[in-house]
Each structure stands twice: as C-alpha cells, then as structure tokens.
Write a protein that binds this ligand. Structure first.
Ligand code: HEC
Ligand code: HEC
Length: 187
C-alpha cells in the first residue's frame, strides 16, 4: 500500500484509549490482531536489540549483551572512546560478525527511552500510543517512521548472517495502519 493511503487511514488514534484498564470500548479482533503483528516486529531481535531494557544494546538473535558492554550514554550515540560510529558505518560492513550499519547508527537517547525489550504486548501498545512515551509522535509520524526510517528498513536488510524480520515490510505497515485506524486499541 502507498504511504499516502496509509497516512489517510491513520486519523484514528485520537479516539479515547481503548482496552484493558482504559475504560473505553473494547477494541475489535482485527485491531488486536493487527497490533499483535506490530508487536511481533517490535520484539524481533533486529528491532529489539537497539531498543533494550537498559542503556546497553544487545546483539544477535539471542539478544545477548553487546560485546565490550557498549553503552548508549545520554545521547544514544555511545560514550567517549566507544562511540557507535567508531565501528558502525552507513551500511553493513559485511556479513555477521562484521558490524551492521545504517546512517547515524545509534540507540534511542536516554530522554526518549523507547524501551521495547521486556514490555508485554499491552504495555508496549500503551507506550506506543502515548506521545509522551513514543518520542512525541503523532500516529501519522509513527507510520512514516515505520515506512521510511533507515533503522527500521535495515531490519529487513540486515546483511548475510543475520535473520531479517520475517513479517514482510508492507504487511507490517498495513498492520500498523489497521491498528491506528482502529483507534490504537490495546490488549
Ligand atoms: C540502530 C538502532 C535501531 C534499530 C536497529 C531500530 N531502531 Fe527504532 N529507533 C532507534 C532510535 C535511535 C530511535 C529514536 C528516534 C530518533 O532518534 O530519530 C528509534 C525510534 C523508534 C520508534 C519510535 C517512533 C519514532 O518515530 O521515533 C519506533 C516505533 C521504532 N524505532 C521501531 C523500530 C522497528 C520496528 C525496528 C526494526 C524493524 C527498529 N526500530 C530498529 C534506533 C533503532
Ligand atoms: C567496538 C566496536 C563497536 C562499537 C563501539 C559499537 N558496536 Fe554495535 N556491533 C559491533 C559489531 C562488530 C557488531 C556485530 C556483532 C556480531 O554480529 O557478532 C555489532 C552489533 C550491534 C547490534 C546488533 C545487531 C543485531 O541485530 O544483531 C546492535 C543493536 C548494535 N551493535 C548497536 C550499537 C550501538 C547502539 C552502539 C553505540 C551505543 C554500538 N553498537 C557500538 C561493533 C561495535
């Protein structure tokens, strides 16, 4: 589906919060199913490794601590002497275990947080629909991020020796659009 059509579909996240504990009407099954697809992508190691539970990225399909206990620091770009850019470049250096790459390689800043690892489906759903906890994004901006962001796209092109995200990218976008259109309902 074209990004434009998805953006048009994305007006609905302003609906009152739905789902467990929110007091609104229960979200429909197709909205919850779409969310579970989105959730499975967010929890995939290609995404979750850069969205760890603390300030240290993880690596590999097992999401083990990054070699040398690399830290994101406040900016997410690393700490003095061990900046992400010291090893990660604009593109993959080669097959694993060579460093993967995309322009501006970093993890989210400390201020943004954006922790995915360790979040249950309901927790991550409510986090992502909350502009105070999703990097200040409108639903439209979330969709655009999913469609065009270099780190997101890398998840489908991580280089030899790394498992790409198994859900096709356009299916991920469709699911994100369905979830938003359905009012961002959460389990
Ligand atoms: C190289 C690290 C890295 C990888 C890999 C990565 N992200 Fe991110 N992600 C970030 C950073 C950094 C931000 C903060 C946004 C910014 O600084 O522009 C972010 C922000 C986000 C956001 C918040 C929304 C927003 O617009 O800011 C979502 C959703 C997201 N990423 C999803 C994903 C998904 C889905 C994948 C895998 C397909 C993924 N990320 C892979 C680093 C990464
Ligand atoms: C000393 C060099 C070095 C530094 C500094 C470094 N990395 Fe890495 N990183 C690597 C290498 C090499 C790999 C690949 C390891 C492998 O595949 O076995 C890697 C892998 C990763 C992965 C895992 C990709 C995947 O899904 O398997 C993430 C995420 C990551 N780095 C994020 C970061 C972030 C964020 C920073 C800065 C805060 C950073 N790295 C700093 C060398 C480095």
């Amino acid at each position: 589906m074209a990004l434009g059509a998805l953006l048009l579909a994305a007006a609905g996240c302003d609906a009152p919060p739905q789902g467990a504990g929110a007091g609104g009407p229960a979200p429909g099954p197709e909205v919850l199913e779409a969310w579970e697809t989105v959730y499975s992508v967010l929890q995939h190691p290609r995404c979750a490794n850069c969205h760890p539970r603390d300030r240290r990225p993880t690596q590999g399909d097992d999401r083990v601590p990054h070699a040398q206990f690399v830290e994101g620091g406040a900016s997410g770009r690393g700490v003095p002497g061990l900046a992400c850019a010291g090893c990660h470049r604009d593109s993959n250096l080669g097959p694993a275990p060579l460093a993967p790459g995309a322009p501006g390689w970093r993890m989210p800043s400390e201020r943004l947080g954006l922790v995915f690892q360790g979040r249950s489906s309901g927790e991550l759903c409510r986090q992502l629909r909350d502009p105070r906890r999703n990097g200040g994004r409108t639903p439209e901006a979330l969709l655009e991020h999913g469609a065009t962001d270099g780190f997101v796209l890398w998840g489908w092109d991580p280089g030899d020796g790394r498992t790409p995200v198994p859900v096709p990218h356009d299916e991920f976008l469709r699911a994100l659009g369905t979830w938003i259109e359905g009012g961002c309902g959460c389990p």
